[in-house]
Design a protein around this ligand. Structure first.
Ligand code: TYM
Length: 339
């Protein structure tokens, strides 16, 4: 349910830790562009989240620019959306600390992404990785964001954001923070690994063949789809036939998301098609949709000063919204302010 007492406002972000993947594009960026112009939109490159695991300092700055270039190349317009990098608005970290004192350890212990990332190494990972969802709640609530477009893997974190807002409002007897709605809709909410349809496509997977990178050229995209794992059966005659066929379903969903259509329509277009027909068609579609974006990203990356200028201007606009909300939060909590 959407909280109607707050002005509709979108916030979302992407970590600059490794290159952008097709999962980031279809699950996030493409949908960010779709929401632009419908309500106020704020999109962040969440560099402070990236350092919860080790990042080479030079690479991090470059990756931050690359995610920004991905936003711009896909169609985010700095005159319509606020685009900035998280570390430049100190209020994220400040509200994050307040929320560390609201969130309960038991809640954090239930975060499946932390369990997956920490694995059997939980004693050795950074404290930041554990507290990460509380900083994510701060990112969202610092702008009183009502809508957060994310892929399926972030749903639990947005639900935690609602729990943090509810506990804050309850403990301080206020209705200051909204109940944010996660926006998770369309065919591409969980794009899977091309070599294993039971695992999510991610920037950090071991093999480059598992994922499509936003910077891959046409040959690489074609090769990766050609080598994508499938079962031996052809495509079914109806979409129900994709149940229990994770790899086939994934390729159909990728096609549907790239073509702005539904898996039903894709199956209707290719009923019973063999992989020798469908994979090249998918590769052609992906190249047609992604090549203009990757070319534009490369062009933008040739002028890093321009990207830095856009991010700096976005940070000023973000600060203008965030700082009054942080000040009010401090007042509610009783943190004495000298300014
Ligand atoms: P991150 O950087 O891992 O991913 C960025 C966005 O891309 C989506 N995504 C996918 N969607 C579909 N299929 C996939 N295989 C796939 N891989 C990634 C993610 O769901 C996400 O929407 N914690 C967040 C970043 C964040 C954030 C926020 C998001 C920090 N603060 C506030 C929203 C609001 C993350 O690590 O996303």
């Amino acid at each position: 349910m959407t909280d109607t007492t707050f002005t509709p406002r979108v916030f979302s972000g992407i970590k600059p830790s490794g290159g952008l993947t097709l999962g980031n594009y279809l699950g996030a960026i493409k949908r960010f562009v779709g929401m632009q112009g419908q309500m106020e939109t704020i999109y962040c490159v969440v560099d402070m989240h990236a350092i919860t695991v080790w990042q080479d300092p030079k690479e991090l700055a470059n990756m931050t620019r690359e995610v920004a270039a991905g936003y711009l190349a896909a169609g985010l317009d700095p005159s319509q959306s606020i685009l900035f990098n998280q570390s430049q608005v100190a209020a994220h970290a400040e509200l994050g600390w307040v929320f560390n004192c609201v969130a309960r350890v038991g809640w954090m212990n239930r975060m499946t992404q932390f369990k997956d990332k920490a694995g059997s190494n939980a004693e050795k990972v950074s404290l930041g990785l554990y507290a990460y969802p509380s900083l994510m709640a701060a990112d969202i609530l610092l702008y009183h964001a009502t809508h957060v477009p994310v892929g399926e893997d972030q749903k639990q974190h947005v639900e935690l954001t609602r729990d943090i807002a509810a506990k804050f409002n309850h403990d301080y007897k206020t209705d200051f923070f909204p109940m944010t709605t996660p926006v998770i809709e369309g065919p591409a909410m969980r794009i899977m690994n091309l070599r294993d349809g039971t695992k999510k496509m991610s920037k950090s997977g071991e093999s480059d063949m598992e994922r499509i990178n936003m910077t891959d050229d046409a040959d690489k995209i074609a090769k990766k789809f050609k080598k994508a794992k499938t079962d031996p059966e052809p495509l079914p005659e109806t979409v129900e036939g994709l149940a229990d066929r994770p790899e086939a379903r994934n390729l159909v969903e990728i096609y549907a998301a790239l073509d702005d259509t539904t898996p039903e329509a894709v199956i209707a277009q290719y009923p019973g098609a063999g992989w020798g027909t469908f994979k090249p068609a998918l590769a052609d579609l992906a190249v047609a949709k992604l090549a203009p974006i990757s070319e534009e990203m490369a062009r933008l990356m040739d002028d890093p000063a321009e990207i830095d200028r856009i991010l700096a201007a976005g940070s000023d606009k973000a600060r203008a919204i965030a700082e009054p909300i942080l000040k009010k939060t401090y007042d509610i909590v009783g943190l004495l302010r000298s300014s």
